[in-house]
Design a binder for this molecule. Sequence first.
Ligand SMILES: C[S@@+](CC[C@H](N)C(=O)[O-])C[C@H]1O[C@@H](n2cnc3c(N)ncnc32)[C@H](O)[C@@H]1O
Length: 209
Amino acid sequence: MDQHGHGGGHEHGHGHEWDDRYGEEPMWSGRPNEGLVREVSGMPPGTVLDVGCGEGADALWLAQQGWRVTGLDVSGRALARAADAASAAGVSIEWRHHGLEDLPSDATYDLVSLFYPALLRGDGSIVATLLGAVAPGGTLLAVHHAYVDRERAAEHGFDPDDYVGHDDLVAAVTAAGWTVEQVAEVERAPVEGPGAHHHTDQVLRARRG
Ligand SMILES: C[S@@+](CC[C@H](N)C(=O)[O-])C[C@H]1O[C@@H](n2cnc3c(N)ncnc32)[C@H](O)[C@@H]1O
């Protein structure tokens, strides 16, 4: 972690589980998500929060497009890799080492981006925290995997229903009166690594009125 690392309660919760999952070798490809490049390329840069930024490929790409980037993740191991990649590329990114649950309520961003999030529902307040992180007039871009294989998930010891899903977010932005700019299923190009069996994205882009 660099000097921008912030401690937080949830890093001691499932952060350790995610550290274990990240293991000793890079987990992801190091390339930005296709959906991020497609959706964000036309937007004027501003401030952005990458929720669950992992090893930082999206955060790095955003910074290279002129965005002022904050990358947030519970895994210190992933963040250390992200920080190394950012320094190697010579870009400056603020890293926050804690769960979204612990984001200060006054922290707001022009864009809040979350790709393939693994946010436990808990008492449900995390969805309000997520929406609260979007500045008035700002955008929420959330991309989930479509058609999650429940049997495979069970074999890996998790239940998709325990996590905040695409439908939850569509319902929340609709209830909050935001402008839903896109709700779509989009095929994605094959990727390597643990996400390789996912072929379809569920995309939500909504603007806070
Ligand atoms: C499936 S990975 C996706 C990583 C990255 N966004 C990508 O597209 O490659 C989910 C990420 O969410 C992080 N995470 C899990 N729970 C979190 C929470 N409560 N708040 C923030 N990040 C969390 C994990 O450590 C992991 O890096």
